[in-house]
Design a protein around this ligand. Structure first.
Ligand code: NAD
Length: 260
């Protein structure tokens, strides 16, 4: 389905990003992974995926808080693959705290990684996609792009921003064969969710078990976590030719969370 195409997925060394990169590679696209983690583990992930999918899989260590590194990552992908068809802005972090105690540097870091990095990648990728007259930009937003939860001021602000960026760029490139969409997952069981449980428990004064059942799964009418594979399948659909008329959309995959 994506044979001959190439994709860059930011934040793809774990969780949702890795599932998306895997889905693209298995569909025949060459992929550039990005993100942090243990060097040897990342190299194993890269080599295993390359072998399993029979495509070229590269890795960029670009830090999504650094605009120059982001621009270099996009340029490297175009140079290595000869084109850039699919860009997924997925890198993201979370921090949970009442606003009056929210560390200023955490606010800046979340806005940089979860929002500004997408501006920088898109800014660098759009000229390449315009040249090709084909492109797919997929931003990982969140249910928190549509609704809020307390104690997540930076994250909710960044994700609402991602929804706005998605719509704006979709309009700018609508006649260039490029679509721009956001996927808005509810709670997906990944390291990002697992790591926020102790802080949420502290901020709300409840146990970690209560956070899982009464806060997290309470938001989701299905009472089940979304899986990374389900999110990746939606990304794969958006990357295909049959999704060419879907643009500027924020697509929920949240077990009914934002229907309430
Ligand atoms: P994760 O922690 O498994 O993955 C995050 C990825 O981002 C990792 O690869 C990490 O190395 C990378 N990353 C972090 N900081 C980076 C930086 N400065 N530069 C480059 N890469 C960086 O988490 P996840 O749950 O898979 O999250 C992926 C995306 O999905 C995020 O944007 C998150 O906000 C969003 N999301 C997650 C959920 C959920 O419930 N897990 C729900 C909605 C949206």
């Amino acid at each position: 389905m994506l044979k001959g195409k190439s994709a860059v997925v930011t934040g793809s060394t774990s969780g949702i990003g890795l599932a998306m990169a895997t889905a693209f590679a298995k569909a025949g696209a060459n992929v550039m992974l990005n993100g942090f983690g243990d060097k040897a583990e990342i190299e194993k992930t890269r080599a295993d995926l390359e072998k399993e999918a029979g495509v070229t899989v590269l890795y960029s260590a670009a830090d999504m808080t650094k605009p120059a590194e982001i621009a270099a990552m996009i340029a490297d992908a175009e140079k290595a693959f000869g084109r850039l068809d699919i860009l997924v802005n997925n890198a993201g972090i979370q921090f949970v705290s009442p606003v009056e105690e929210f560390p200023i540097e955490k606010w800046d870091q979340i806005i940089a990684i979860n929002l500004s990095s997408a501006f920088h990648t898109i800014r660098a990728a759009v000229p390449i996609m315009k040249k090709q007259k084909w492109g797919r930009i997929i931003n990982t937003a969140s249910a928190h792009a549509l609704v809020a939860s307390p104690f997540k001021s930076a994250y909710v602000s960044a994700k609402h921003g991602i929804a706005g960026l998605t719509k704006t760029i979709a309009l700018e490139v609508a006649t260039d064969g490029i679509t721009v969409n956001a996927i808005a997952p509810g709670y997906v069981w990944t390291p990002l969710v697992e790591k926020q449980i102790p802080d949420t428990a502290r901020a709300r004064g409840i146990t970690e078990e209560q956070v899982k059942n009464d806060v997290i799964l309470d938001a989701q009418p299905t009472k089940e976590f979304v899986t990374v594979e389900e999110v990746a399948d939606l990304a794969l659909y958006l990357a295909g030719d049959s999704a060419r008329s879907i643009t500027g959309a924020v697509l929920s995959i949240d077990g009914g969370w934002t229907a309430q």
